[in-house]
Design a binder for this molecule. Structure first.
Ligand code: E4P
Length: 214
């Protein structure tokens, strides 16, 4: 499973990229709005930092508007992936982008049929939102398994991005249940590194080293 970072914050993106494990970035309108910067300028900065896929979401709600916006976003850099919401209009736009060889990430996926439709329209990625399903008492992880099984059964190449990740267990489970990618906020990424026994172990090694010198 590959790691993407789920943010529009350039400092967090640079910090994650410095770890050498970053394969891409996902943004959404809420994440960009938090930054208070120009969307296109920020996308330029991000695509200069990260060579993997950078998802940028369209705001238009009709296919024509989405296609127009998506073309502008895709022109910013070759590694831009146009993020499209899972709607009837979104599907039409995904098909058009696929014909234009523009990569797409279909977002706000909450059931398997949505993922299958997006894949058949030509989506490069689908993004099931685990955390938001868990929030309403559904099982987000079960959705990942179901989509992975369907894609496997039918030889579908569309990649599954486990999105709306809230904690480290989501990451492990997403990998176990067949997600190709997990898109993770920086605070969760940093938590993945930590274990109290690792910290204790380092402290003890250093203490023993100091004691041996005396
Ligand atoms: C994915 O691409 C979305 O940006 C994101 O994972 C949404 O997560 P949230 O439910 O924490 O807002």
């Amino acid at each position: 499973m590959k790691f993407f970072i789920d943010t529009a914050n350039i400092d967090d993106i640079r910090a994650a990229n410095a770890l050498g494990i970053l394969d891409g970035v996902t943004t959404n309108p809420s994440l960009v709005a938090k930054e208070g910067v120009s969307f296109h300028d920020r996308l330029r900065e991000i695509t200069e930092e990260v060579s993997g896929s950078v998802s940028a979401e369209v705001i238009a709600e009709d296919a024509e508007g989405m296609i127009e916006e998506g073309k502008e976003l895709a022109a910013i850099a070759p590694n831009i992936t146009v993020k499209v919401p899972m709607t009837l209009e979104g599907l039409k736009a995904v098909k058009a982008f696929s014909d234009l060889n523009i990569k797409t990430n279909v977002t706000l996926i909450f059931n398997a049929n949505q993922a299958l439709l997006a894949a058949r329209a030509g989506a490069t990625y689908v993004s099931p939102f685990l955390g938001r399903l868990d929030d309403i008492g559904h099982n987000g992880m079960e959705l990942i398994s179901t989509i992975a099984e369907i894609f496997d059964t039918h030889g579908i190449a569309t990649e599954i991005i486990a999105a709306s990740i809230r904690h480290p267990l989501h990451v492990t489970d997403a990998a176990l249940h067949g997600a190709d990618i997990a898109t993770i906020p920086y605070n969760v990424l940093a938590q993945l590194v930590k274990h109290p026994l690792t910290d204790q172990g380092i402290e003890r090694f250093l203490q023993d080293w100091e004691n041996a010198k005396q």
